[in-house]
Design a protein around this ligand. Structure first.
Ligand SMILES: [Zn+2]
Ligand SMILES: [Zn+2]
Length: 156
Protein backbone atom coordinates (compact mmCIF):
# COMPACT_ATOMS: atom_id res chain seq x y z
CA UNK A 1 0.00 0.00 0.00
CA UNK A 2 1.69 3.16 -1.22
CA UNK A 3 0.07 6.39 -0.10
CA UNK A 4 2.58 9.17 -0.27
CA UNK A 5 1.99 12.69 0.92
CA UNK A 6 2.37 14.15 -2.58
CA UNK A 7 -0.63 12.19 -3.75
CA UNK A 8 -3.30 14.01 -1.84
CA UNK A 9 -4.94 17.12 -3.09
CA UNK A 10 -5.28 20.03 -0.70
CA UNK A 11 -8.04 22.35 -1.81
CA UNK A 12 -6.79 25.80 -2.66
CA UNK A 13 -8.60 28.64 -0.91
CA UNK A 14 -11.37 28.61 1.61
CA UNK A 15 -14.14 28.26 -0.97
CA UNK A 16 -12.57 25.16 -2.51
CA UNK A 17 -12.08 23.67 0.92
CA UNK A 18 -15.66 24.45 1.95
CA UNK A 19 -17.02 22.76 -1.20
CA UNK A 20 -14.87 19.69 -0.55
CA UNK A 21 -16.04 19.59 3.08
CA UNK A 22 -19.69 19.91 2.07
CA UNK A 23 -19.33 17.10 -0.49
CA UNK A 24 -17.61 14.92 2.06
CA UNK A 25 -20.36 15.44 4.64
CA UNK A 26 -23.03 14.74 2.01
CA UNK A 27 -21.22 11.51 1.10
CA UNK A 28 -21.49 10.56 4.78
CA UNK A 29 -25.25 11.21 4.61
CA UNK A 30 -25.03 14.28 6.84
CA UNK A 31 -26.81 17.51 5.92
CA UNK A 32 -24.82 20.72 5.44
CA UNK A 33 -26.96 23.01 7.61
CA UNK A 34 -26.40 26.74 7.99
CA UNK A 35 -24.95 26.31 11.47
CA UNK A 36 -22.58 23.56 10.31
CA UNK A 37 -21.49 25.77 7.41
CA UNK A 38 -20.79 28.69 9.78
CA UNK A 39 -18.84 26.44 12.14
CA UNK A 40 -16.76 25.12 9.26
CA UNK A 41 -16.09 28.63 7.94
CA UNK A 42 -14.98 29.74 11.38
CA UNK A 43 -12.67 26.76 11.71
CA UNK A 44 -11.23 27.15 8.19
CA UNK A 45 -10.48 30.85 8.70
CA UNK A 46 -8.81 30.42 12.11
CA UNK A 47 -5.03 30.83 12.10
CA UNK A 48 -4.45 28.47 14.99
CA UNK A 49 -6.24 25.54 16.58
CA UNK A 50 -9.43 26.73 18.24
CA UNK A 51 -11.59 25.39 21.06
CA UNK A 52 -15.33 24.75 20.79
CA UNK A 53 -15.74 27.83 22.99
CA UNK A 54 -13.66 30.01 20.59
CA UNK A 55 -15.74 28.77 17.65
CA UNK A 56 -19.04 29.40 19.44
CA UNK A 57 -17.97 33.01 20.19
CA UNK A 58 -16.96 33.57 16.57
CA UNK A 59 -20.07 31.92 15.10
CA UNK A 60 -22.36 33.81 17.50
CA UNK A 61 -20.81 37.05 16.23
CA UNK A 62 -21.16 36.04 12.58
CA UNK A 63 -24.78 34.89 12.98
CA UNK A 64 -25.87 37.66 15.33
CA UNK A 65 -27.37 35.22 17.82
CA UNK A 66 -26.08 33.17 20.71
CA UNK A 67 -24.80 29.72 19.68
CA UNK A 68 -24.06 27.47 22.65
CA UNK A 69 -20.59 25.95 22.92
CA UNK A 70 -22.27 22.56 23.40
CA UNK A 71 -23.92 22.71 19.96
CA UNK A 72 -20.59 23.68 18.44
CA UNK A 73 -18.87 20.86 20.29
CA UNK A 74 -21.29 18.32 18.79
CA UNK A 75 -20.72 19.73 15.30
CA UNK A 76 -16.94 19.61 15.73
CA UNK A 77 -17.23 15.95 16.80
CA UNK A 78 -19.30 15.29 13.70
CA UNK A 79 -16.64 17.01 11.58
CA UNK A 80 -13.88 14.91 13.15
CA UNK A 81 -15.89 11.72 12.58
CA UNK A 82 -16.34 12.68 8.90
CA UNK A 83 -12.72 13.81 8.36
CA UNK A 84 -13.61 17.50 7.96
CA UNK A 85 -11.65 18.50 11.03
CA UNK A 86 -8.80 17.21 13.13
CA UNK A 87 -8.45 17.43 16.86
CA UNK A 88 -5.12 18.66 18.22
CA UNK A 89 -5.17 16.69 21.45
CA UNK A 90 -2.36 18.50 23.26
CA UNK A 91 -4.23 21.79 22.77
CA UNK A 92 -7.72 20.40 23.30
CA UNK A 93 -8.54 22.24 20.08
CA UNK A 94 -9.58 21.74 16.48
CA UNK A 95 -8.32 22.61 13.01
CA UNK A 96 -10.00 22.29 9.62
CA UNK A 97 -8.68 19.28 7.73
CA UNK A 98 -7.02 20.61 4.58
CA UNK A 99 -7.49 17.26 2.83
CA UNK A 100 -10.99 16.00 3.72
CA UNK A 101 -10.85 13.49 0.85
CA UNK A 102 -7.83 11.62 2.20
CA UNK A 103 -7.41 9.74 5.42
CA UNK A 104 -3.94 10.24 6.83
CA UNK A 105 -2.31 9.91 10.17
CA UNK A 106 -1.57 13.64 10.21
CA UNK A 107 1.47 14.77 12.15
CA UNK A 108 1.04 18.14 13.89
CA UNK A 109 3.92 20.40 14.80
CA UNK A 110 2.67 22.49 17.71
CA UNK A 111 4.50 25.71 18.63
CA UNK A 112 4.37 26.07 22.40
CA UNK A 113 5.16 29.80 22.20
CA UNK A 114 2.77 31.26 19.61
CA UNK A 115 0.26 28.40 19.40
CA UNK A 116 0.64 28.10 15.63
CA UNK A 117 0.48 24.59 14.25
CA UNK A 118 2.02 23.17 11.13
CA UNK A 119 0.93 19.90 9.63
CA UNK A 120 2.79 17.23 7.75
CA UNK A 121 1.94 13.87 6.29
CA UNK A 122 4.45 11.07 6.14
CA UNK A 123 2.61 7.90 5.33
CA UNK A 124 5.75 5.79 5.44
CA UNK A 125 6.25 6.76 9.08
CA UNK A 126 2.59 6.27 9.98
CA UNK A 127 2.25 2.95 8.17
CA UNK A 128 5.46 1.70 9.79
CA UNK A 129 4.20 2.69 13.24
CA UNK A 130 0.90 0.87 12.69
CA UNK A 131 2.82 -2.14 11.34
CA UNK A 132 4.98 -2.33 14.49
CA UNK A 133 1.88 -2.09 16.68
CA UNK A 134 0.10 -4.80 14.68
CA UNK A 135 3.17 -7.07 14.99
CA UNK A 136 2.63 -6.95 18.77
CA UNK A 137 -0.96 -8.02 18.37
CA UNK A 138 -2.19 -4.47 18.90
CA UNK A 139 -5.10 -3.30 16.76
CA UNK A 140 -4.44 0.35 15.94
CA UNK A 141 -7.40 2.65 15.48
CA UNK A 142 -6.75 6.38 15.74
CA UNK A 143 -3.27 7.89 15.96
CA UNK A 144 -2.31 11.03 17.85
CA UNK A 145 0.96 12.35 16.39
CA UNK A 146 2.03 15.70 17.76
CA UNK A 147 5.44 17.29 18.18
CA UNK A 148 5.69 20.21 20.57
CA UNK A 149 8.43 22.77 20.07
CA UNK A 150 9.14 26.17 18.52
CA UNK A 151 8.09 27.14 15.01
CA UNK A 152 10.53 28.76 12.57
CA UNK A 153 9.28 32.23 13.53
CA UNK A 154 9.66 31.68 17.28
CA UNK A 155 13.02 29.92 17.26
CA UNK A 156 14.84 32.77 15.49
ZN1 LIG B 1 -2.60 15.31 6.94
ZN1 LIG C 1 5.72 29.95 17.12
Amino acid sequence: MERLAEHHHPHPGEAGLRDAAEARLAAGGVAWTELRARVFESLASAERPVSAYDVSEDVSRRMGRRIAANSVYRILDLFVANNLAKRVESRNAYVANIHPDCSHDCIFLVCTRCGQIDHLDDDRLAVEMRRHAAARGFVPARSVLELEGLCHRCNG
